[in-house]
Design a protein around this ligand. Structure first.
Ligand SMILES: C[S@@+](CC[C@H](N)C(=O)[O-])C[C@H]1O[C@@H](n2cnc3c(N)ncnc32)[C@H](O)[C@@H]1O
Length: 393
């Protein structure tokens, strides 16, 4: 068992692979870990500005290095490709990392050859961006590239066929200095599929929430999934802080030492069959968490009672939002969940306590960090950012 951060250890759990387990008793709201991405990439398609109306060409309104919204002009364009960066500091950092001469040339060439991707789904464009970022990582930071390779990822037939196409595209249009094999390309796609997190656009009640950037977070990649998790992640991509792309994981309620800490890989309000389908298709396992065991016996109508479900908008990896917890019914009862006794929905307390009730939000509420061992009674939503007093719940 090795340690990722002093509050959790990595443990091998049969049937679940590497898992994060509490190395101490943890308190509600406590920050479990803060993780920085080893690579970030944009979710935008490649569109050749020469062959399309300018107004149809998607342009980013955020910095191409730190992904903060570009607010104050003048920004700093890359002198070679004109992609925008917040300022000269971001541009200079990017030039030796995320926007190296290889990336600059590769993105420009793919943009100009985007007709080769014309009949391919958006997912293929995004995978091409991921591969450019990953090949670049092998040049600018070999240790981080080794970390990427150490993440979980079993190649499926789909990964193999996507790798076949993307390998020939990249080899022809923008080969990296040392051309990787098709097998390595497929392995990288599998790592991306299982481990990438979406950094989300700010919540807007009227709009479907979209991904601003995808990132690989090496420590957070060890979190397994639970449909009623005991931790959730926060990101603050537009914060003024220079570590604005860091992910922060907080505990939802007290957790004893030795307990596995899990995130939900998608909003917790999805119904049973949607969750099972997504976990099987995207992550290759059938979930048998306590919630699934209960809901497996429900009829389809019953399955609608766990929320708005069917937010199929984000099929990407550890999608956007994430969520809440459960897993220790004792904990729930101790904190007021006794009203659920005798029902077939023992986790109702979880929804009442940890699910944000703002319209169209679907986020998870986690207590603010405790101050000097006193628990906070203010809950923060990891999607809309609303703060709410625990007393009001
Ligand atoms: C992001 S990784 C999590 C860490 C991974 N267990 C490892 O060994 O590196 C996602 C993969 O972990 C496994 N996994 C996650 N949650 C699981 C669960 N509840 N039951 C079984 N396997 C799970 C699946 O193989 C999934 O594709």
């Amino acid at each position: 068992m090795s340690s990722v951060e002093c509050l959790v250890n990595i443990a091998e759990i049969e049937g679940r692979g590497r898992s994060l387990v509490a190395s101490h008793p943890l308190k509600a709201g406590q920050v479990l870990l803060t993780d920085s991405p080893i690579l970030l990439y944009s979710p935008l398609p490649f569109i050749n500005p020469q062959s399309h109306q300018h107004h149809l060409t998607p342009t980013s309104s955020y910095c191409n290095h730190c992904f903060k919204t570009l607010l104050q002009s003048p920004f700093s364009p890359c002198p070679s490709c004109s992609l925008l960066f917040c300022n000269t500091t971001c541009l200079s950092r990017a030039s030796s990392s995320s926007h190296s001469p290889y990336v600059c040339q590769a993105l420009s060439r793919l943009q100009n050859s985007s007709d080769l991707l014309l009949n391919h789904p958006l997912e293929r464009h995004v995978q091409a961006r991921f591969l450019i970022a990953a090949f670049n990582l092998s040049i600018v930071s070999p240790p981080h590239f080794q970390t990427l390779l150490s993440l979980q990822g079993t190649v499926t037939d789909n990964d193999a066929s996507n790798a076949h196409f993307l390998h020939s595209l990249i080899s022809a249009v923008c080969p990296p200095p040392s051309i990787p094999s098709i097998e390595l390309t497929a392995a990288l796609l599998a790592k991306d599929r299982l481990n990438a997190f979406g950094l989300m656009e700010p919540f807007n009640e009227q709009l479907e929430r979209s991904v601003r950037a995808y990132g690989i977070y090496p420590k957070a990649s060890f979190f397994n999934h639970d449909c009623l998790p005991n931790a959730c992640r926060f990101d603050y991509v537009d914060s003024a802080h220079h570590n604005n792309t860091d992910m922060i994981v907080r505990i939802l309620h007290d957790v004893p030492q030795g307990r596995e800490i899990c995130l939900s890989y998608f909003p917790v309000n999805l119904d049973y069959s949607t969750r099972q389908k997504r976990l099987l298709e995207d992550y290759g396992f059938a979930c048998d968490c306590d919630r699934c065991k209960v809901e497996a016996n429900w009829s389809d109508i019953d399955n609608d009672k766990d929320g708005d479900d069917n937010n199929d908008e984000e099929d990407e990896v550890m999608d956007e939002d994430d969520e809440e917890e459960e897993d220790e019914d004792e904990q729930m009862v101790a904190s007021g969940g006794a009203e659920n006794e005798g029902t077939d929905f023992p986790h109702a307390y979880f929804f009442v306590t940890y699910m944000c009730n703002v319209n169209n939000c679907g986020g998870t509420l986690a207590p603010l960090p405790p101050s000097s061992a006193t628990p906070s009674n203010v809950m923060e939503c990891n999607v809309c950012g609303n703060l709410k007093s625990n007393d009001a719940i």
